[in-house]
Ligand binder design. Sequence first.
Ligand code: DON
Length: 574
Amino acid sequence: MNRTLFAVALGAAVIGGCTQAAPPAATRPAGFPAGWTVGLNKPAVQAPHSMIASNSALASAAGVEILKKGGNAVDAAVATGFAMAVTYPQAGNIGGGGFMVIRMADGRAGAMDYREMAPLAATRNMYVDANGKLTDKSRIGALSVGVPGAVAGMAAALAKYGTMSLHDVMQPAIRLAADGFTVDSALSRAIAAGAKLIGPYEGASVFLPGGQAVAPGTLLKQPQLARTLTAIADKGPDAFYKGWIADSLVAEMHRDHGLITKADLAKYHADWRDPVKGTYRGYTIYAMPPSSSGGVIEVEILNILETWPTLPPFGSTQYDHDVAEAFRRAFIDRNTELGDPAFVKNPVDRLTSKDYARTLRDSIQPDRASKTPAFAERGPEPMHTTHYSVVDSAGDAVSTTTTLNSLFGSGNYVGGAGFFLNNEMDDFASQPGSPNQFGLIQGEANAIAPGKRMLSAMSPSIVVDSTGKVLLVVGAAGGPTIITATTQIILNVIDHHMSLADAMSAPRIHQQAWPDKVIYETGGISPAVVDSLKAMGYEMSAVGHLANANAVMRVKGGWEGMVEPRATGGAVGN
Ligand code: DON
């Protein structure tokens, strides 16, 4: 690679195989409150040809290994996805599901929906007890598991847009599982946080040896998972959905009173959909349609904000007001109108139309918070999802978000096959009108039904400029904050002209209609602006951090990759 390229163009230092941008100047963009330190000394990584940003540096490197063998962005994304199942077991997975938005340099685009499905024996009130109260069974244990889609989805994406075999792209993941990798402090902490959930199940022997989380510095080998990945690499997805791996998964269901049968697994299908396509100030957004709400709601928010020729300055009261009101209106639609397209008619065209956005904009008062009805909330749960962004030297781009839902999913671990299972069933409206673990209150469109997909907030997105070139590949983890964080990163780049590092480091806010409050990162809004927003009628609620995004952006001379400055991971380029 041309190492002088960025050094000359952007004042970068050469670090490892890529260049790393010079640390941000001491001055942060206007509107960052004094004392805001997120992202300080965490520059983006730069490379001239290709870039992968994920929550696991080893998984990003696995993808780059495939790119160097001649693979394209889809080959690399699938390699990264399987590697995440090994190195980031709290969210990377083969026992969960996700969404992949693909946009090839020649203009072809696809959206792969590999969301889990409710087992055929699922019933509408399966999480409601005899007294009409919601139980925790939608979140913990085998009853919370949806039929996993990750293996089917990644294989389908590879078959349509990749250039290499499943066998070849899975080799880095198999190697990481068989030979092991060194556990870092972030993974050790995540295992400790999930210990209560993992403890009762077979995963304890791998991740909690002697009852303690695997210590940082340990070489973690996962021979059972290596065997599973090898079977999938050799025989394709049928090894997972029909063979001994399916038997092992069903055995775990029997042991823990779950519902998934061999028939559920055999019938699982990942579906190609047309990406939601929106426009925003001359850029085109490719995003995920239902069964994720992510793309529709992101485009709806952007359309509302585009009705103003320019947005107020970042960090100002008026900016947070406009953004929060756009979030509120879009989330009301999300939580009441959207669901699995195989079961409900989603008004995608209406919700993403510019006319509808103007109607919504007209209902925003310039100086007052609107009100949405309030509902009670459940306490927060540790949660986990992960997003990775991939681009190759041709300009093909892949934006993928995948999840087990909560940290380590349901806690169930498929003994003999070596992987965790999701607890995605909690994303349904288990009792329409009652909140789920994210406080999301949703309606009939997302009620449980056999074979149905639960509505997601995952928002893998690709932003293309007016010349047809990819500008930004972005997405996040964080339940409903996925939509608002992803949208804010897009706004930071397009409206506020921030560098990728600043766009990712910028303080975030969140509003999801119910509960009716603006959540913001502690120290992320200046005290004077908080006071002004309260005076306008907002309930303001400070939290630690919002969302976990990973993004890649085109810059002069190549690409920048930026992992979430609030979390850990690795951007690796070539
Ligand atoms: O699909 C969804 O919207 C949720 N299952 C995502 C969960 C999540 O992001 C948790 N992570 N941090």
